[in-house]
Design a protein around this ligand. Structure first.
Ligand code: NAD
Ligand code: MG
Length: 380
């Protein structure tokens, strides 16, 4: 049985991962769970899944320690403990389901210790893609995407040669503002932006989907993961969220992966790759569904797509700047009282002001923190 550590276990991906693991108790055991603020839920999970250890933020440590006293479950807190958790001997699989670039260091620990790294948390790859891919190549670690589009691509390229790939196409639901005018989109408030039409997800990625910055992040994620230039990563709006992405090959053949929009499918695929395991999941009702639609996104409205492509072309730390500014701007937007379009302005301002050469892990972390701090102070 493979011991699984989930960082971000109380979130949307974390909870879905536990549902998948529950169906495969003969293959996987829960080695560790980590959460930030929802400590009661972490305690419930710990009592249900009996991991060797849990990790919680310092603020809630005493409460969790008390609630789990006598359970035999070790309770950890502190940032270094979280960063080092993937190196513990009971951990064979790391599921990275934390939000934001903050997940970079624990991810790198998993990579350096050659764990099976299943990552939903895309911000580290966007911010430090060169470094992450270099470390993964050096350790020989397998990096498996949970993001549904990247999982779809992985499923399509099984048995294919890299030189036969012509292009990949990421599908995007278009979020709640797919049909809105540019003005409506830019002026939208929190309540409208949180209404995602097809996927149920955490707050940050739901806002990223509304601005389509999520697709921007995913373009960069795909470039690193599948060694493609930005121009070879297309985006199509597909409001039904049934086709999760497509791959075009050099002979004009196209493969796509389809299924219901349920994250348990890509989570399980990352855990079991290259095998498939049983999952109690219906397939789409094709005849009842009607048409599947595809359209080009309006990049005047969704300019996050253009911003992300530009960052990918420029290379260096531009994507790190874009991500950090977006994280801080989204956090501020989630507090209410700010129009959605302001997020994009804040990102563009930070990019226009940037002209540095940040490369090392320490430099990229510091850059992310500085940018987040500056955006916070500009919006407070
Ligand atoms: P979420 O907000 O639902 O959950 C986040 C989890 O991370 C929680 O368990 C929280 O306790 C933990 N966390 C947050 N900040 C932390 C901190 N500072 N220290 C330690 N733990 C912290 O988020 P989510 O929707 O599950 O998304 C997680 C990641 O997966 C994101 O990077 C997102 O972009 C990516 N992703 C999510 C989905 C989805 O369907 N939800 C799909 C694709 C990719
Ligand atoms: Mg996705």
């Amino acid at each position: 049985m493979a011991g699984v550590l989930i960082i971000g276990s109380t979130g949307s991906i974390g909870e879905n991962t536990l549902k998948v693991l529950e169906q495969h108790a003969e293959e996987f055991s829960v080695a560790g769970l980590s959460a930030h603020s929802r400590w009661q839920r972490l305690v419930e999970q710990a009592l249900a899944y009996k991991p060797q250890f849990v990790h919680i933020s310092e603020e809630h440590f005493d409460r969790v320690k008390e609630a789990l006293s006598g359970s035999g479950i070790e309770v950890l807190c502190g940032w270094r403990e979280l960063v080092e958790a993937p190196a513990r001997p009971e951990v064979e699989v790391l599921v990275s389901a934390i939000v934001g670039v903050r997940g970079l260091e624990p991810l790198l620990t998993g990579i350096r210790h050659k764990r099976r790294v299943c990552f939903a948390n895309k911000e580290p790859l966007v911010s430090a893609g060169e470094l992450v891919m270099r470390e993964a190549a050096a350790s020989g670690c397998i990096l498996l995407p949970i993001d549904s589009e990247h999982s779809a691509i992985l499923q399509c390229i099984q048995g294919e040669a890299h030189e036969d790939l012509r292009r990949v196409i990421l599908t995007a639901s278009g979020g709640p503002f797919r049909l809105a005018s540019r003005v409506e989109f830019l002026g939208a408030g929190l309540e409208q932006a949180l209404k995602h039409p097809t996927w149920s997800m955490g707050a940050k990625i739901t806002i990223d989907s509304a601005t389509m910055m999520n697709k921007g992040l995913e373009i960069i994620e795909a470039c690193w993961l599948y060694r493609l230039p930005e121009i070879s990563v297309g985006v199509l709006l597909h409001p039904q969220s049934i086709v999760h992405s497509m791959v075009e090959f050099r002979d004009g053949s196209v493969k796509a992966q389809l299924g219901l929009p349920d994250m348990r499918i890509p989570i399980q695929y990352a855990l079991s790759w290259p095998r498939r395991l049983e999952l109690e999941m219906p397939v789409p009702d094709w005849a009842a569904m009607g048409a599947l639609e595809f359209a080009e996104p309006d990049t005047d409205k969704f300019r996050s797509l253009t911003i992300a492509r530009e960052c990918s072309r420029l290379g260096g730390a531009y994507a790190c700047v874009m991500n950090a500014a977006n994280e801080a701007a989204v956090a501020r937007f989630l507090e209410g009282g700010m129009p959605l379009g302001r997020i994009l302005e804040l990102v563009e301002d930070e990019l226009a002001a940037y002209s540095g050469q940040h490369k090392s892990l320490e430099e990229l972390i510091e850059l992310s923190e500085d940018i987040q701090h500056r955006v916070r102070s500009r919006t407070s």
